[in-house]
Write a protein that binds this ligand. Structure first.
Ligand code: GDP
Ligand code: MN
Length: 416
């Protein structure tokens, strides 16, 4: 039980850390951003069709190239496509081969450790000049709660899953606090480059410059995370960023218009995009119990109580304090459009939110959508009596409860 409770908690955290709160941009867009700050990357060209991929690959005839699926998720290299193609990153020997890979990638879904089973649609690929680094490093800039500010996290064991490195050998990860206003000084950055083991003086200096500039981007652009994995050191002593994952703070949208113009809705969960239009705080999860709750705290508590009773929430949904019968109805439509949902648990604590508004929205939705899944409802607080009367008179099969545990227990039972 504890395990399932933990899982629900971490799922919610993972979902809330997704791109809805932290805009993520494609690798080919990240490359432009890095280059605009003077950070070196392999030369690259984005392509939206197999023919464009063919033409792009021709430009790299002398070096050979790699083709990389442009999907907003990490772990592309080790992922697979829904059509069976293994790997979202491939070495390419000829323009014909680039075209062939692009043909299989574009229009298919890439499934990686980070996408969930449904995967994400690949609408573009990036062709990059092939580089063969003699060593791969990991570098990230992010905010760290324990430090109370930004940090640079780096490791000489790059190119692989950093979570695994952190678990097996925490000493392989070096965390450097960054002064928020001043950024990294050249000497701090050089010290780090030496500790990481960059060999020549030239490479140390190039790596240090990259660290300094990464933080500049982080601060200028209101990023929440920049992850470079791998950062490659070439045998002739140069350093370049071979992959980049960015996250930007959604609260900064008003002053980061250029960055937010890069948003790609095709990479987001359609139900979450729809919910946003109605100001509903909705995050899709993998379970079978649809939840409709008011207040983020109550939504978390509700998910926990469901998990304690052995159930799995299908979503996090906070209709907020300003919900109207119309937005409640919309929320309901989004819930029932998920075929995994086997029961719906409505848990409302009426304060500012009126229970009768919820009841009206639910009744309208249930009638219009000719609902077949059982509805478990717990309404407490403002206009509770009116709401209960409306439900009773509706003649719909809505199962009311006053006790939270009992309600949760039944929502779980009916979802099996
Ligand atoms: P991710 O799996 O989503 O992190 O995608 P990456 O862009 O990091 O690519 C996956 C892996 O492919 C990298 O860790 C590299 O090991 C490898 N790779 C990418 N580009 C090149 C390249 O130009 N040359 C070589 N040899 N390997 C590459
Ligand atoms: Mn990578």
């Amino acid at each position: 039980m504890l395990a399932s409770w933990r899982k629900a908690g971490s799922l919610a955290r993972a979902a809330s850390a997704g791109q809805r709160r932290f805009l993520s941009i494609h690798e080919y867009q990240s490359v432009n951003l890095l280059n605009s700050y003077g950070i070196p990357t392999p030369k690259s060209i984005a392509a939206k069709t197999p023919q464009e991929a063919y033409e792009a690959a021709k430009q790299f005839n002398s070096t050979g190239c790699v083709i990389k699926a442009q999907v907003l998720a990490g772990g592309r290299g080790k992922g697979h496509f829904d059509n069976g193609l293994q790997g979202g990153v491939h070495l390419v020997e000829s323009p014909e081969q680039a075209k062939d890979y692009a043909n299989k990638m574009i229009g298919s879904k890439l499934i990686t450790k980070q996408t969930g089973a449904a995967g994400r649609i690949c609408n573009a690929v990036m062709l990059a000049e092939r580089r063969d680094p003699s060593h791969e490093y990991y570098v990230a800039v992010l905010n760290d709660r324990s430090v109370g500010g930004p940090v640079l996290v780096a490791s000489a064991q790059g190119g692989m899953n950093i979570e695994e490195v952190a678990a097996k050998d925490p000493s392989a990860i070096i965390t450097t606090p960054i002064n928020f206003e001043e950024g990294l000084s050249k000497s701090e950055a050089l010290d780090l480059a030496k500790k990481l083991g960059f060999k020549s003086e030239g490479a140390q200096s190039e790596a240090a410059d990259i660290f300094i500039r990464l933080y500049r981007i982080f601060k200028d652009k209101d990023a929440t995370q920049i992850e470079i994995n791998p950062m490659g050191e070439t045998s002739d002593g140069h350093v370049l960023c071979m992959d980049a994952k960015f996250g930007f703070d959604d609260n900064a949208e008003f002053r980061q218009k250029d960055i937010f113009a890069l948003r790609d809705i095709s990479q987001e969960e359609p139900s979450e995009v729809e919910a946003q239009k109605y100001n509903l705080n909705f995050i899709k999860l993998d379970g079978s119990i649809g939840c409709l709750v008011n207040g983020a705290g109550l939504a978390m508590a509700t998910m926990d109580v469901l998990a304690l009773h052995g159930g799995n929430p299908a979503n996090f949904l906070d209709v907020g304090g300003g919900a109207t019968p119309e937005t409640v109805k919309k929320a309901f439509e989004i819930l029932v459009s998920d075929p995994k949902v086997k029961s719906i648990f409505i848990n409302i604590f009426g304060g500012i939110m009126r229970c009768d508004y919820i009841a009206e929205g639910v009744i309208n939705a249930a009638k219009e959508l000719s609902l077949t899944v059982p509805l478990i409802v717990r309404l407490k607080g403002t206009k509770e009596a009116e709401a209960k009367e409306m439900i009773r008179q509706s003649g719909l099969k809505i199962i009311p409860f006053d006790d939270l545990d009992e309600a949760a227990h039944n929502a779980v039972k009916l979802a099996i």
